[in-house]
Design a protein around this ligand. Structure first.
Ligand SMILES: Cc1ncc(COP(=O)(O)O)c(C=O)c1O
Length: 396
């Protein structure tokens, strides 16, 4: 029997994709199933941004671009980082990529060596751990305190740092917890990185989805001593409802961006010329109306979800201050299920009894929780939350 790569075989399929597959197969059998699993806005890309993409195609922007992206795209990103994030970089410090996912993968390939450890505050987006493994490194969880709403705590991160640590990977606003790091929390992580001579990768993809007056702060903007060791990742999937366009970017020290670009020249070459055009337009010329509309819709849905969860007597939640997920502790219900503890049993139970898909918290690093996405319409949310509530209360 010819062998497959052991590294590749060690990478499980994404848990959210597994949920989507289960939902699709139930739907194919005619079952009326709803999903709160999605990690993407249910909105269309704003009309004027769509048109910018169409103009790119008809205008001939259909060729290879520089591997790091067009000058137009890189300048638009550098302007945006200065204007919105207080992070002053030149266009040569920006690399366009096929989404934050691809930018992150190249950042890890550039920074991590076999044996290096990457500290990841947990709960976290599951892809982080697997991408670190693919890059040859070892992911090390820094478990955050759920009593604090999973606040980014530099002390807990420091406790996970060893002489082998190369990188600390932070995500604020956070998927799945909805926690938004304060300036002081980020400064403390920056200081830790300086003291221990670490790189920082910061994933800021949910920066535009904020609630209750939360402020998204870019760690690299807090001082040159932090900027020189930080790779900032961001993209268009969430804020501009552009998941399918596959466009994002990395910004950081020039020598790191150059290495990432050399790597990208061999893995994919440039990302889509059309997506770069549309994204540059989104940053420079788009009507802010559709963005505000989406932000308002997410805020209203969040209220709806929090009201529903408040009625579930055994559930505990810290209201998310960013992103579009409710990360809710359902362990009291899971404990009532028959049989030995199985971290996925409650999600399976909800799929079977309520016909609603949620993502088990184990995928993110805390089996007591489940993640409910509110990137779906109020009608679906009302129906799904009603069904979940009935199935949960029946367990008590
Ligand atoms: C924290 C986080 N980072 C990155 C991504 C992927 O972003 P992109 O579509 O830009 O690759 C996601 C998508 O779910 C995410 O939740």
């Amino acid at each position: 029997m010819k062998k497959l790569s052991s590294v590749a075989l060690g990478i499980p399929p994404s848990p959210t994709i597994a949920i989507d597959d289960a939902v699709r197969s139930l739907k194919a059998q005619g079952v009326d199933v709803l999903s709160l699993g999605a990690g993407q806005p249910d909105f269309q890309t704003p009309e004027d941004v769509q048109q910018a993409g169409i103009r790119a195609i008809t205008g001939g922007d259909t060729k290879y671009t520089s591997v790091a992206g067009t000058t137009e795209f890189r300048e638009a990103v550098a302007e945006k980082l200065g204007r919105e994030n207080g992070l002053h970089v030149g266009p040569e410090q920006v690399m366009a990529a096929a989404g934050v996912k691809h930018a992150l993968y190249h950042a890890l390939l550039a920074l991590v060596e076999p044996g290096s450890e990457v500290v990841i505050p947990s709960p976290c987006w599951p892809s982080y751990r697997d991408m670190v493994r693919l890059a040859g490194g070892t992911p090390v969880d820094a478990p955050l305190d759920d009593a604090s709403g999973f606040a980014l705590d530099a002390g807990r991160i420091a406790a996970a740092v060893t002489p082998k640590t190369r990188v600390v990977l932070v995500n604020s606003p956070c998927n799945p917890t909805g926690a938004v790091a304060t300036r002081a929390e980020l400064e403390a992580i920056g200081r830790l990185a300086v003291e221990r001579d670490l790189w920082i990768i910061t994933d800021e993809i949910y920066e535009k989805l904020l609630y209750d007056g939360a402020e998204a702060v870019s760690l690299a903007s807090l001082g040159p001593e932090f900027a020189e060791r930080t790779i900032t990742l961001n993209g268009f999937s969430k804020a501009f409802a552009m998941t399918g366009w596959r466009i994002g970017f990395a910004a950081g020290p020039r020598h790191v961006v150059d290495v990432m670009t050399a790597l990208q020249s061999q893995t994919s070459g440039n990302c889509s010329s059309i997506a770069q055009k549309a994204a540059a337009f989104a940053l420079r010329g788009a009507d802010p109306g559709p963005l505000r509309h989406m932000q308002g819709a997410f805020a209203a849905r969040r209220e709806l979800v929090l009201r529903a969860i408040a009625g579930w007597s055994g559930a505990r939640i810290h209201a998310p201050r960013g992103a579009f997920y409710a990360f809710v502790d359902l362990s009291e219900y899971a404990a009532r299920l028959p049989g030995p503890f199985d971290p996925n049993a409650l999600a399976r139970h909800l799929l079977a009894e309520a016909r609603v898909a949620v993502v088990p918290g184990e995928a993110f690093g805390d089996a007591r929780y489940a993640r409910l996405s509110f990137a779906t319409s109020e009608d679906i949310l009302n129906e799904a939350l009603g069904r979940i509530g009935s199935a949960l209360e029946a367990l008590l």
